[in-house]
Write a protein that binds this ligand. Structure first.
Ligand SMILES: [Zn+2]
Length: 424
């Protein structure tokens, strides 16, 4: 007797099968004809995927768009200034409420693991205490990992260093940084060295906002990769953004990519935000602002799309839907072949799970029973349609359902119902 059976769904690899769930764990992936279950979910013809994973988000800022004002220029630097104004007026309860609202959105789209940076440049550490509370509140359905993020610079801000260490002492999971925002290249490199040292000492992962600039001389990823090697942190370090790489000299990149691969750095481009915020100093030609995604994937580097922002000082849109993120990513990176598009789907599921070091993730016997039933036939169709999540199961429980998005047509001689499905 299973608690739940998801019947007849199509897995991302094309297998059509049933999935039996018991006590929050996947117990069977096989034809379960005649097996009994508390509930059977019919997924015939629908895609069944492991949950979506967002490895780069700012939950302390989300859903604050317009408070205290909007970002008029739309630039990264005005966004950072505006965030400073928002920090002055925000309260613990208000941050918790916004974050919980966002987690409801995430639950409804099957986004069940999120790594959120949390600003540590605040003597009150208000965002840190609020998100630590949220991490506990959502634990039953979302795995929330927090990164201690010195937004105004680990050295540039006079109390950031002490506050970042305090945040880690309070239970924040991952060590962050922002080397390109320090006052000099030397300070940036030194911040990478010190922060990686702190992570090694405490046995923590590292995830830095790194080289989020159009300046090809911003090369902190080189220091991040070499410190990773020196400290034996291979596989536990992520470089977020790495946008400067789009404008770096090709010879230098030919030397850099093998270093990133050897250090097993996980890479997190954030296409919605990178395409909006980078290239702002350009006239024409105007750069796209995305790091070298295909080239890194070809080197065997783990690359996954991150979302970064939803309705906050930096971005005026956003949906908590990782299919929107991957859809933008595949356009900006020109990953439009069927194989590349499937990779883009994997980038917002399995690749990101690897970056976050999630345990028990995936559709296999013995794994945690978290999955999503999508109104699509395969991963490419899911991307094309940004398909509706018909059912979301988190740790063995159904947490969200929605009706199919079919339209009723009233056109003489034409079908009454249109789904826009077109699986090859
Ligand atoms: Zn960010």
């Amino acid at each position: 007797m299973f608690d739940l059976i998801v019947k007849g769904g199509t897995l991302t690899d094309g297998r059509v099968t049933d999935i039996g769930i018991e006590k929050g764990v996947i117990k069977a992936i096989d034809a379960l004809e005649g097996a009994e279950a508390g509930e059977v979910i019919d997924a015939t013809g629908d895609l069944v995927s492991p949950p979506f994973v967002d490895p780069h988000f700012h939950m302390d800022a989300t859903l604050s768009y317009g408070t205290p004002r909007i970002n008029a220029s739309g630039t990264l630097l005005e966004g950072i200034g505006l965030w400073g104004e928002l920090k002055e007026v925000m309260t613990h309860d208000e941050v918790v409420a916004r974050a919980l609202d966002y987690c409801d959105w995430a639950a409804s789209t099957g986004l069940l693991a999120i790594r959120s940076h949390v600003d540590t440049c605040d003597d009150r550490l208000l965002g840190v205490s609020a998100l630590l509370e949220v991490r506990e509140k959502v634990r039953g359905y979302i795995d929330l990992q927090l990164v201690a993020f010195p937004q105004d610079g680990f050295y540039r801000d006079p109390t950031a260093r002490a506050n970042t260490i305090r945040a880690l002492d309070m239970g924040v999971d991952v060590v962050g940084g922002i080397p390109h925002f320090e006052r000099t290249m030397a300070d940036g490199a030194a911040s990478v060295t010190e922060l990686c040292g702190i992570a090694a000492e405490r046995g923590l992962q590292v995830d830095m906002h790194c080289d989020e600039t159009d300046d090809p001389n911003s090369r902190h990823i080189e220091t991040l990769a070499s410190e990773t090697q020196r400290l034996g942190l291979q596989g536990r370090v992520a470089g977020s953004h790495l946008t400067s790489m789009h404008s770096m000299d090709n010879y230098y990149v030919s030397k850099l990519l093998p270093l990133i691969a050897e250090a097993r750095i996980n890479v997190i481009p954030n296409p919605l935000i990178n395409i909006v915020l980078q290239g702002r100093h350009d006239t024409f030609p105007k750069r796209r602002g995305l790091t070298r995604v295909r080239e890194m994937l070809a080197m065997g580097i783990n690359v996954g799309w991150g979302q970064d922002c939803v309705l906050d000082p930096w971005y005026s849109l956003g949906t908590a839907d990782m299919l929107d993120v991957a859809f933008m990513g595949l356009h900006v990176a020109q990953m439009t072949s069927p194989a590349d598009m499937r990779t883009c789907f994997d980038m917002v599921t399995t690749h990101n799970a690897r970056t976050m070091g999630l345990e028990g993730y995936g559709l296999e016997v013995g794994a945690q029973a978290s999955l999503v039933v999508l109104d699509a036939g395969d991963p490419v169709e899911a991307l094309r349609l940004r398909a509706g999540r018909l059912c979301v199961i988190a740790k063995g429980r159904v947490i969200s359902r929605r009706a199919r998005g079919d339209a009723q047509l009233s056109l003489p001689g034409r079908p009454a119902r249109v789904t826009r499905r077109h699986t090859l």
